[in-house]
Ligand binder design. Sequence first.
Ligand code: AMP
Length: 283
Amino acid sequence: MANRPTVARTVSSLRRALMPFRRGGERIALVPTMGALHRGHLALVEHAHRRARHVVVSIFVNPTQFAPHEDFGSYPRGFAADLKALAAAKADLVWAPSAAAMYPEGFATRIEPQGAAKAALEDKFRPHFFGGVATVVTKLFTQVAPDFAMFGEKDYQQLRMVTQMAKDLDLPLEVIGVPTVRESDGLALSSRNAYLSESERALAPTLYRVLKASAARIKKSEPIEMVLEQGRAEIGRAGFALDYLEARHALTLAPIASRKDGPIRLLIAAKIGKTRLIDNVGV
Ligand code: AMP
């Protein structure tokens, strides 16, 4: 069995654990997660190993990115299983602070990202979300001071927001996007897939199927808005409550009217029963 990674629970023990990594001037890659780890997270760890000698994985279910009506309380948690998976994936250090270590009494700072974070996609349905993510990610970056930070394309708007923020704030690290890991039927792996009933699980791959079919038609120069309208109707007929299906500029996430306007990303969010799923593909 692989060695268990060191677990740091306070900022001072994290600093101590990072010291030997720094001493040799070796590179560090950070993989921020909320735990309940699956093969998608482990792909980020694998990509981190390709970039850096030392891999730090943070596990923190960040309360400030959940609205009061959202699933913070019931979000899947399984630290023992996560640790076992990270031992097998050869992570060097797990940064798992308590909420009190991350947000001590009197904490009073919030980062409010603009640009991609205000693209009227996730932010329209979760207005508190990117401020919470940007604040915690900035803290993780200053705590760990990594050379690389790995983020999944699965959360595409988040990847664009973090990339922009690192640039705008001159953060001395490179944000790396990692392709989405999927089940064999196309469903993007997500900790929230655990919420799906058997019948919802059977329907869930519809999102990816519609994204792929729409991307193929847009590539063949069919009118974007017509393709999207038909995709939206299909999602509705399958029994989802659609939040959005949009074609956006792949870097800025600005609305896009034709293929000439730049590289295109299709992004979708929809609810099946009580579970909200998101996905995206490049055209
Ligand atoms: P989470 O724990 O859901 O906050 O995700 C932590 C990181 O893992 C984020 O950068 C996600 O984009 C990434 N991630 C989640 N699911 C997948 C997946 N299926 N494939 C690749 N990366 C993923």
